[in-house]
Structure formats: structure tokens, C-alpha cells
Design a protein around this ligand. Sequence first.
Ligand code: ADP
Length: 262
Amino acid sequence: EVALRYVAGVGAVKGGAVLVCFTDITDREQASQMRRDFVANVSHELRTPLTALMGFIETLRGAARDDADARDRFLAIMEGEASRMNRLVGDLLSLNRVESEERVRPKERVDLVEHLKSTIKSLEPLAQAGGTALVLDAPSIPVEIPADPDQIQQVFTNLIENALKYGGETVSVVLTVLDRDPALRCAAVRVQVIDDGPGIDPVHLPRLTERFYRADNHRSRELGGTGLGLAIVKHIINRHRGRLRVESDLGQGATFTVILPQ
Ligand code: ADP
């Protein structure tokens, strides 16, 4: 579909010719539609926990006023809803920051092996809680790339956290140095986050990095997902001039591959 805006018209001239000028505003229309969708999504995502909070406040004032057990239960749920809102606002701020920096290419040299080790260490308790084996397969020497250290940590935190949240028994993180990546046309590093969980229906794969897109809406919400994790990952990888590939099928686990120039 193409959106056109009428610019000017020249009335009928002798002989019957009429000149009418239009300008193509498809991009502008699409951008403003995306902005409207985004605001609608954010409002909806914030309103859901807020409505729950307001309901529980009312119950605590009324029916559950003198019931200590119910009060404790409701307060725990309220805490969960408040932290959901907190996560959402945190992810929105991250997305905003990453988008505003997207044009500035990071220059700092970062040792990816060290970063992956520390990301995995911080996610080890989550892996243990879910009974998942989290393993790193990386060279024993430093592998340096130009990167923003906090952002690169965020990419792998989000991917590994997803693999643990949605994944199965084992999550492997494999770092490989590539002499040359054919698409990037330079030396590169490849990091694969591989899980043996339930996988993703391939129909969802092309839209997975869109904001608030969830392959399994119910499960994502149940697990406390904001629906913004992969959108943040995509913007950070764009900033680093890298690429992201997702391979999955139902019942086949999922593999998220990040390729970054060296
Ligand atoms: P969320 O906060 O919902 O996890 P993300 O943007 O991180 O949002 O991921 C988008 C969707 O992709 C998730 O809702 C989930 O349906 C799907 N997904 C992401 N990683 C995996 C995985 N390792 N296995 C199965 N599904 C996944």
C-alpha cells in the first residue's frame, strides 16, 4: 500500500490535459502508525499490572482488611505486579538509550570471553533454580572486538535469560572466531546461544524482534517477560554493525546466533 498526499493541481488546459502532483508519504505514514501502535502497546502493558494493583488495594481496604493470611498473599502478588512495571520501565529506558546511540559505532576493545564468563556467572543461580545446565564453549585466549561493554553484556544476558526461561535441560553458549563472515565481509566472531527447549513455531521467527511481539503470549507473561528483550538485542547488534539469526522449530529447541565484526 502506498500513501499519497495531494500537493498541487493545474486545472484543465486547452486540449484536456490536467496535471496533478502527489508526494509519496508512505514512510512518514508508516512511522507515525508505528509510533501510535507503540504508545498503545506501552499503555496496555502498564495498565494491566496497574489495574491488578488497584483491585488488590480495594480488596485490602475492604474484604481482606482483617484477614492476615489473605493480606500477605495479596501483598506478595502486588509486589510481583510492581516489579513487572519496574522491569517494563527499565526495558523501555534501555530501548530508548540504545536507539539514540545507534548511529555511533562503539570503539572500545572488549574481551568477549571475559564478558561471556561474567554473564554466565551472574545467570548461574537462575539456571540452577530451573535445573538447567548452562555451559560455555569458548577459546581459552581473549577474543577482542570493538564494543560497548554494557550493551554487549545486555545482549547475552537477554539471550541466555530467554534460553533459560523458555528452554529445556541444557543451554550452551558457543563462541567461535571466524576468519571472515561472508555477509559482513570482514573478520568476525560468532556467538550461539543454543537451547533444547520447546522451540518456536517458524511462523513467528520473522517478527520475533519487534517490540512487544511474543510467540507464546501466555507463557511470556507468566514468566514475567516484557516482550522487549529481543527488540533491545536487535538495536544493540545493529549499532555494532552485526547480525542476528534465529533458527527454531516446535519441539526442536532454539538457536540464536549473533555475528559481530572483529
Ligand atoms: P519476552 O520478554 O516475552 O521474553 P523477548 O523479546 O525477549 O520477550 O522474546 C520475544 C518472544 O520470543 C518471547 O515472548 C518468546 O515467545 C520467544 N522466545 C524468545 N526466546 C525463546 C527461546 N529460547 N525459546 C522459545 N521461545 C523464545
